[in-house]
Design a protein. Sequence first.
Length: 130
Amino acid sequence: MNVIDHGNTACEEWRSGVETRMLVSACNGSTSLCIFEQWVAPEVGAPTHWHSVEEVLTVMAGETEMWIDDKHVILKTGQSLIVPAHWKHGFRNIGSAILHIHAVLASTSFEATFEGSPEPVRRWLPSPKQ
């Protein structure tokens, strides 16, 4: 049994105005999922990007504009968006308070390709075998 104490997990600043805390990934024993939270300042978010796996984004607190390709939607606390694998998407905080997002990727690590970048960003990769 693998119990993870999230109270001891530090946040990372992914970009200015975006704090991220990894909850579950290959780094702490996951074999199928990557789960993380983000706290996003007003007018900040995630630029257009895509993953090779499905993602579910849930608004825990706040209000956000999310998009998939050219379709935009406003999500509020308690709403989720399912993003199919390989679909371009992103979001931004449109409220005046901190936006709290809960994200689940169908992968053990985070990998995303951002528009205009030739190389994917990878985080929380499995530890190399000893």
